[in-house]
Design a protein around this ligand. Structure first.
Ligand code: PEP
Length: 251
């Protein structure tokens, strides 16, 4: 049985005071998390504040990105060891905004995935197609290519200690959500592709859906057999909305 996971990606939003308020709201509902894992991914400068406020709570935290390098002359970058130093458990890699706005290739994403694993962080690997790719009927090829870039580094076993998030690019921050059937189809495809190489890894892998998930659609999406949780952007910035999604995941 896979444990549901709900991760909030705050992106480049927040301030000291809004972080304090948001976490207060999330913590006030955390008694109901029970059997699910809840994670927040703040911008780097707030990770220390998040660590102080969440330490001892059932909520984990993580980075939104990391460097594939371990240290050195890489201005502006953050190493896995630094995230670990501030209590991070997870890190998002290959978010579509990193891929499209910062030109991260599949190979760079794969290197970041391995850097996270090597240091003991749990990488949340984002994959997903653009609208143009969906309309051209190549969704599965795109997702397969993105997954294979990681698998090809050291074999399918690298997915045993990570999480995959299917995030159709056309649904991210747009308010347009994949239908539960569209999402389930791709989640099933991801699991079956991995199962062809290792059935145990596939069966245990948490596959999250991301793309305008909110309180009003979470229940239906999370009810699908291969959807094991959510990676939440906009709705993770409002504690009530985020808590409703967590509740739907716990049901
Ligand atoms: C995301 O950025 O990972 C995301 C899913 O954003 P949103 O929920 O706002 O679509």
């Amino acid at each position: 049985m896979r444990k549901p996971l709900v991760a909030g990606n705050w992106k480049m939003n927040g301030s000291r005071s809004s972080v304090a308020k948001l976490l207060e709201g999330i913590k006030s509902g955390s008694d109901e998390f029970g059997a699910i894992e809840v994670v927040v991914c703040p911008p780097y400068p707030y990770i220390s504040q998040v660590e102080s406020l969440l330490d001892g709570s059932p909520v984990s935290w993580g980075g939104q990105d990391l460097s594939a390098e371990s240290s050195g002359a890489f201005t502006g970058e953050v190493a896995a060891s630094m995230l670990l130093d501030f209590g991070c458990k997870y890190v998002i890699v290959g978010h579509s905004e990193r891929r499209s706005l910062y030109a991260e290739s599949d190979q760079v994403v794969a290197a970041k995935y391995l850097a996270a694993l090597d240091s003991g962080l749990i990488p949340i690997l984002c994959v997903g197609e653009t609208l143009e790719e969906r309309e051209s009927g190549v969704t599965e090829q795109v997702v397969a290519r993105q997954l294979d870039a990681v698998i090809d580094t050291m074999g399918v076993g690298v997915l045993a200690k990570g999480v995959v998030a299917y995030e159709p690019v056309w649904a991210i921050g747009t308010g347009v959500t994949a239908t539960p059937e569209q999402a389930q189809d791709v989640h099933r495809f991801i699991r079956s592709r991995i199962a062809a190489q290792d059935a145990n890894v596939a069966a245990a892998l948490q596959i999250l859906y991301g793309g305008s998930m909110k309180a009003s659609n979470a229940h239906e999406l999370l009810g699908k057999p291969d959807i094991d949780g959510g990676l939440i952007g906009g709705a993770a910035l409002k504690s009530e909305e985020f808590l409703s999604i967590c509740k739907a995941a716990a049901e």
